[in-house]
Design a protein around this ligand. Structure first.
Ligand code: NAP
Length: 314
């Protein structure tokens, strides 16, 4: 079986940046991506904080240019789902749905996945009233009522953004106190279009094609409320914004993970296993942004190259 110099798992900003640096360093590299290049950044309608980004550039367009850049450097790419990894030893194996791949080094850049509220109808109405991305889907809810589930920074920022489109925004939070930073809370409290429902969870989302109603439970007193769409509108929107989980299930017991499940690395992106690096949102760090993901990827690829040279000499 062919042994690559490097396998990169994930084609978000961290994985693609690693690909660009690996390509320039002439490492024989394979990127494995489960669907389409991008990751969380695809959900951003405008990138305004990536240095040098073109005005009004979307996440999708930035990622497509990054993707083109990796092709220019001759990086191989395969669409496949990683099921298991064997990381010990000089040759690492990545087992996917479509087969096995081997390399001397691995960069794990698989990112995070949006948490789900696990209520009836959530999956059924995803894309038909339920959304996990305010910036992507807000314009579809022009003039309609929307609900945002969550009490963190992302939920409140999403609620504030949604007021530009929706007729009314209600934040549904499971506790009596919001988690968001005080400054973010203050901005939301000042917005007359935003209301709050505390101690509340969504039990079920119902409808015929589009959302027509939902059942809420007050977890403090057990009372149940049925929310029905305004008859003139016929439907309403539900934005779920309750945080993310690192995509690290397959690394449990194989790599050092922090309490929250993110991969622990040093500042050179090295994990506790020789030849295995992690980059981007999947690793334990304080700032998860495109710019820090791209930086992680560059460092990881350079360190992978150094590792191959060192191990080759042994
Ligand atoms: P987060 O801070 O983890 O907040 C998640 C929210 O969802 C919490 O209010 C949590 O409730 C709620 N939640 C979690 N699981 C739930 C469930 N199963 N059912 C109902 N509610 C649930 O996530 P985030 O808002 O996505 O932010 C992630 C990180 O990015 C944070 O560090 C945040 O500060 C940062 N961020 C920063 C900015 C900014 O600085 N502008 C913007 C966005 C995000 P509890 O409070 O009860 O746990």
């Amino acid at each position: 079986m062919k042994v690559y110099d490097l396998i990169i798992i994930g084609a978000g900003p961290a994985g693609l940046s690693a690909g660009i640096y690996a390509g320039r360093a002439k490492l024989d590299t394979l990127i494995i991506e489960k669907a389409q290049a991008g990751g969380q950044i695809l959900q951003t309608s405008e990138i305004e904080n990536y240095p040098g980004s073109v005005p009004e550039e979307s996440g999708a367009s930035l990622i497509s240019r990054m993707d083109e850049q990796t092709k220019k450097f001759g990086i191989e790419k395969v669409i496949d789902i990683v099921k298991a990894v064997s990381l010990d030893g000089k040759i690492k194996t990545v087992t996917c749905d479509g087969g096995e791949y081997q390399a001397k080094t691995i960069i794990i850049a698989g990112g995070v996945t949006a948490r789900s509220i696990d209520c009836g109808g959530e999956d059924e109405f995803l894309g038909r009233g339920v959304s996990r991305c305010g910036t992507c889907d807000a314009p579809f809810f022009k003039g309609l009522e929307v609900f945002v589930v969550g009490g963190g920074d992302a939920a409140l920022e999403e609620a504030t953004y949604l007021t530009k489109f929706a007729s009314k925004v209600t934040v549904i939070h499971r506790r009596g106190e919001l988690r968001a930073a005080k400054s973010v809370q203050e901005k939301a409290f000042k917005n007359e279009k935003i209301e709050f429902m505390y101690h509340t969870i969504v039990k079920e989302i119902k409808g015929d094609g589009l959302i027509e109603s939902m059942t809420l439970e007050n977890i403090k007193d057990g009372s149940i409320t049925e929310i029905k769409a305004d008859p003139n509108d016929g439907t309403f929107g539900i934005f779920i914004s309750i945080g993310h989980n690192p995509a690290t299930e397959i690394y449990q017991g194989k790599l050092e993970l922090c309490e929250k499940g993110y991969i622990v690395t040093d500042e050179d992106m090295k994990t506790n296993i020789d030849g295995v690096f992690a980059a981007g949102d999947i690793r334990e760090k304080n700032l998860r942004q495109v710019v820090t993901a791209a930086s992680d990827g560059a460092i990881a690829a350079v360190e992978a190259g150094k590792y191959i040279e060192e191990v080759g000499d042994r």
